[in-house]
Design a protein around this ligand. Structure first.
Ligand SMILES: [Zn+2]
Length: 171
């Protein structure tokens, strides 16, 4: 990439500020010598790439807040939070990973001893299709596993844990 002179940088910044959405932030915006628009130390994502960036940040289905903070740590664009909310609001795994939408909690005393002591179980739903999400989170790593289950009776949950989750922890 070619290095820009002060004059070129100034011109690029002025061009960016023609976009009305950037104007309220004009004091925080700057152009790097590579011609990149920055807001403080964060890269400003142009309109054409915003959807892609939000989708990328959302691939892990970590819920609204975690997706927002992941983005916030690296990039910025106007109404970023709104876009993340819209993207994750209709996503069942994300809803399940967001504590405030959970409806139930199995106490850890109901769990088997050993490695299970460090797991949190949580549910989301019921969803319009009558199913629930079972979310298992390792308390130390906060690593979530999400399964779709038909009901939240203890037997069904234990069955699902034995079948699909337990193996992951033992390997
Ligand atoms: Zn999601």
């Amino acid at each position: 990439m070619t290095r820009r002179s002060q004059k070129q940088k100034k011109a690029l910044l002025e061009k960016a500020l023609l976009e009305s959405e950037y104007r309220p932030f004009k004091d925080e915006l700057a152009i790097t010598s590579d011609g990149l628009l920055l807001k403080q130390n964060k890269i400003v994502i142009p309109k054409t790439l915003r959807e892609k960036v939000v989708k990328l940040a959302h691939t892990e289905h970590q819920g609204i807040e975690k997706t927002k903070s992941l983005l916030r740590s690296k990039v910025w664009f106007p109404n970023m939070n709104k876009m993340v909310t819209a993207e994750t609001n209709t996503c069942i795994p994300c809803q399940a990973a967001t504590p405030k939408t959970s409806t139930n909690l199995i106490m850890s005393s109901e769990l088997p001893p050993g490695p299970w002591e460090n797991l949190d179980l949580d549910f989301g739903g019921p969803f319009p299709n009558g199913k629930y999400t079972l979310v298992v989170i390792d308390e130390y790593s906060r690593y979530p596993i999400v399964r779709i289950i038909n009901n939240i009776k203890t037997e069904a949950v234990v069955y699902e844990l034995k079948k699909n989750v337990h193996g992951i922890w033992l390997t």
